[in-house]
Design a protein. Structure first.
Length: 116
C-alpha cells in the first residue's frame, strides 16, 4: 500500500509540473495567485458528521481537476479525492473523509486542487 501511495504521489507531482498546474495547488482557504484563477477552498461537514473540503472555481482552469484531502483517523492517514471538474468550465469539487470522527489534515497535508 505504501508503494502505491508513493507512485500516486509521484504521478500527481509529475502531472502538475508537466501540465502547468502548479498554480492549482491552492493553499487552504485562499485564492490562486493574482491573474491566474478565481478559486477558493473551505471546510465542510456532512449531515452524518463526515469532515470534508470543497474547492470552487468561478472560471475555467484549462485542465480537468479535483479536490484532494488527507484524512486522519485510525489506523493510519488516508487520501480521498473529490469529483472531477471540467477544465473548460467553472465548478465545485467536494471530497469527504470516509468515517465520521476522522478529520482533514490541514497542517501537514493541506487540502489541494490536483489534476484529474
Amino acid at each position: 500500500m505504501r508503494l502505491h501511495r508513493r507512485i500516486a504521489a509521484t504521478a500527481v507531482s509529475l502531472a502538475m509540473a508537466s501540465s502547468g498546474l502548479v498554480a492549482l495547488a491552492v493553499p487552504v482557504a485562499s485564492a490562486a495567485p493574482a491573474g491566474a484563477l478565481s478559486c477558493n477552498g473551505w471546510p465542510v461537514t456532512g449531515s452524518a458528521g463526515h469532515a470534508g473540503w470543497r474547492f470552487q472555481c468561478t472560471s475555467g482552469t484549462g485542465t480537468n481537476w479535483r479536490a484532494k484531502i488527507v484524512c486522519l483517523g485510525a489506523p493510519q492517514p488516508y487520501t480521498h479525492f473529490g469529483n472531477i471538474v471540467s477544465g473548460s468550465k467553472s465548478g465545485t469539487s467536494t471530497v469527504w473523509c470516509a468515517v465520521p470522527g476522522h478529520w482533514v489534515d490541514v497542517q501537514w497535508n493541506p487540502p489541494a486542487m490536483v489534476p484529474a
